[in-house]
Design a protein. Structure first.
Length: 272
């Protein structure tokens, strides 16, 4: 417990919080880069996400831009970009510099475009937001207000993402009665056998699990009231995203949002 208290107390420092976000985001992007390398066969012309089909989304662009995109989106170029992304993400762990998150931001954006706007849902958005704020925070690390603003923006974006998701679920009768949760789990391609979980999530247990998810997401703004509540929230968040990774295959979400937790802890301590 004393170690946890010391870690929470250390996150009151903006530079410590910035470095914690940087390290966790670097790990997240490194794993994303390795996933991009594994997904390259699907991006070839013999794969399911071939450029000859997806290029139609950009047909209205000027011809010079289309030619540039064809070169950037080729498998050979994407292989190089994946290796650059991986190298820069690992460099963020070893030597904090503003140009590492810039490189990771641009490569992540290119891959998001290549996958028609998103590789894995909202994890791409929160990753890009975090990388952009890291660029500002690390680039103006001697300017206290800039570092402060970068951390607060990451924290508020993460809190808003939970809150909006909770409001949407709360307004849905299918989420309130547990049907939506069962459908997600039954349709999962990873994790334990869906029929086993479907039997477990029947009736009241299904509704209770849905209520727990909704309550967790709606409670996000309360993290700004107290660092103690923020610690409880991020602990619940680790379990929430861990289960999502195991049951639904949302592994990118785990580290993408974990990287925002030091900023949330910092914001809670600052506002208190």
């Amino acid at each position: 417990m004393s170690g946890i208290a010391a870690a929470v107390d250390a996150l009151k420092s903006p530079l410590v919080a910035l470095r914690a976000v940087e390290v966790l985001c670097g790990i997240s992007v490194a794993l994303q880069a390795m996933e991009n390398l594994a997904n390259l066969p699907a991006l070839r012309e013999t794969g399911t996400w071939r450029w000859s089909v997806l290029s139609q989304d950009f047909a209205r662009l000027p011809r010079p831009m289309l030619r540039l995109l064809e070169r950037v989106m080729s498998c050979r170029a994407l292989l190089g970009l994946s290796l650059i992304q991986l190298s820069c993400a690992l460099a963020m762990l070893a030597a904090p510099r503003w140009w590492w998150p810039v490189a990771c931001f641009n490569t992540s954006l290119i891959f998001a475009l290549r996958w028609r706007g998103s590789v894995n849902g909202g994890s791409d958005s929160i990753t890009l937001i975090t990388l952009a704020c890291l660029t500002l925070g690390r680039g103006f690390v001697q300017d206290g207000p800039v570092v402060l603003g970068a951390l607060l923006y990451v924290a508020l974006q993460a809190i808003a993402s939970y809150l909006i998701a909770g409001v949407v679920k709360f307004r849905s009768s299918h989420w309130r009665d547990g049907r939506a949760l069962r459908r997600f789990i039954e349709g999962a391609a990873v994790g334990p056998p869906p029929e086993v979980l479907a039997r477990l999530l029947r009736g009241r247990l299904s509704r209770a699990a849905s209520f727990g998810v909704i309550s967790f997401e709606l409670s996000a703004p309360f993290t700004l009231i107290s660092p103690h509540f923020a610690l409880v929230f991020v602990s619940a968040g680790l379990m929430f995203h861990g289960l999502n990774a195991y049951l639904l295959g949302l592994h990118r979400f785990f580290l993408a949002w974990l990287a925002t937790y030091p900023a949330i802890m910092f914001a809670a301590a600052l506002l208190l």
